[in-house]
Design a protein. Structure first.
Length: 405
């Protein structure tokens, strides 16, 4: 089951919203293994270490590696999630944590360039939802007519657009760099990082007694599996019918020297019309004009997937570029990156205890919008393991999808 573009834009409330369940906490000093050094796992390991746990973090290929869903240079940061106030608040809270990391390390990771949201006539309901939430929270924005936007952004062809919103404090994160920074800080603060492939081990009397790292047994008091698209392979009995891992493409186009300055100054943007999403981040790390067609691709194996660009996808993006950014018509393709989304049907994340092993937490389902939320997800895990907060069932694995149903 693959989620829709709209579920990523504004995840629907999962059954269990507002309900919680208790988790048997572990005392400080307990040994915790975190599998996966992407943004969810990296933040989880760091914040568990700060809670006084003895944390070892493993990753098969390294933090922010090219096979991971947390790899690549940039990710959008937005607070807007339609009328979903939960993710709106989570985004703003996450921004504060990213700022703290920037201050602690002296490394810039966030770029508050703003994001330009562009919708056709059918997007009026989405715009109304966004404006309602932003006004409630005093979140700065500017509502633009197509005529006003045309004057402000002459490089964009506004044909067919009727509703434009500039979310002033949004922008983008430097993703690969962020994963490395979090990992380095985790090690600096006493955590242990090791490269290795983690697999679940034996389960007895309601607990996982061990795991395998590169086929060698290792024991701990608690385990967190934050393995992104590999979560489905590690726990097929739980996720075969709940997580879909889809191929996604991002392309970078070369900008003519005559227009470099004009396009470098454009903010990141999200364009939805005729039911389809495109998004882009101009001028990030001098890689070219980044653009992606956000339609869910075919299901794949993240380890063995052929990561060469699909020509049909490239042509779809080129047609859109020629229409919406006419000066980029015919621009050369400079680079393509192929990654994957680990999708849940409703776009919500996964954060739950394993039904047969009470000392195992399962973390994932980023669904293409999870990166910016890494600090909040890590904070939730640290709170549950230390006994300071319950598990929120809005992130639970629905029973209808487990045990091969």
């Amino acid at each position: 089951m693959v989620n829709s573009d709209l579920s990523t834009f504004s995840p629907s409330e999962r059954a269990g919203h507002g309900q919680t369940k208790t988790f048997e906490s572990l005392p400080a000093g307990s040994k915790i293994v975190v599998a996966g050094a992407g943004v969810f796992g990296g933040w989880t390991a760091l914040l568990l270490q700060r809670k006084g746990f003895n944390v070892t973090l493993f990753d098969c290929w390294g933090p922010g590696n090219s096979l991971s869903s947390s790899g690549g240079e940039t990710r959008l940061i937005r607070a807007m999630y339609g009328d979903n106030r939960r993710y709106f608040e989570m985004s703003l809270h996450a921004w504060d944590s990213w700022r703290e990391i920037e201050k602690a390390t002296g490394t810039r990771l966030m770029h508050h360039t703003g994001i330009l949201w562009m919708f056709d006539t059918k997007g009026v309901d989405m715009v109304d939802q966004m404006i309602t939430v932003m006004e409630e929270r005093n979140h700065p924005f500017e509502l633009l007519t197509a005529g006003k936007a045309r004057l402000k952004y002459p490089a964009i062809n506004m044909e067919g657009l009727d509703n434009l919103v500039f979310e002033k404090q949004a922008g983008y994160l430097e993703a690969r760099k962020a994963c490395g920074v979090i990992n380095s800080l985790f090690i600096k603060e006493g955590g242990t990082y090791r490269q290795g492939q983690v697999k679940p081990g034996s389960v007895r009397n309601g607990s996982m007694t061990d795991i395998y790292v590169n086929d060698r047994k290792l024991s701990a008091d608690g385990y967190v599996f934050a393995c992104g698209p590999w979560l489905k392979q590690l726990f097929p009995e739980l996720f075969t019918h709940f997580i879909s891992v889809t191929r996604q493409e991002v392309h970078y186009f070369g900008v003519s020297p005559s227009y470099v300055a004009q396009f470098e100054q454009l903010p990141p943007w999200i364009n939805r019309e005729s039911g389809e999403f495109f998004y882009g981040i101009p001028g990030n790390d001098y890689r070219g004009f980044k653009i992606a067609y956000d339609k869910r691709g075919k299901e794949i194996d993240p380890t063995t997937m052929d990561r060469r660009a699909d020509q049909k996808n490239v042509e779809t993006v080129q047609r859109f570029l020629a229409k919406r950014f006419p000066k980029l018509a015919g621009a050369p393709l400079v680079e393509s990156r192929i990654c994957q989304y680990a999708n849940t049907p409703d776009g919500n994340f996964i954060f739950d205890v394993h039904p047969d092993a009470g000392n195992v937490l399962l973390l994932g389902g980023g669904s293409g919008h999870g990166f910016k939320h890494g600090p909040v997800v890590g904070e939730m895990v640290a709170g549950v393991l230390s006994g300071n907060r319950p598990l929120d069932l809005v992130f639970a694995i629905p029973s209808d999808f487990t045990r091969g149903v």
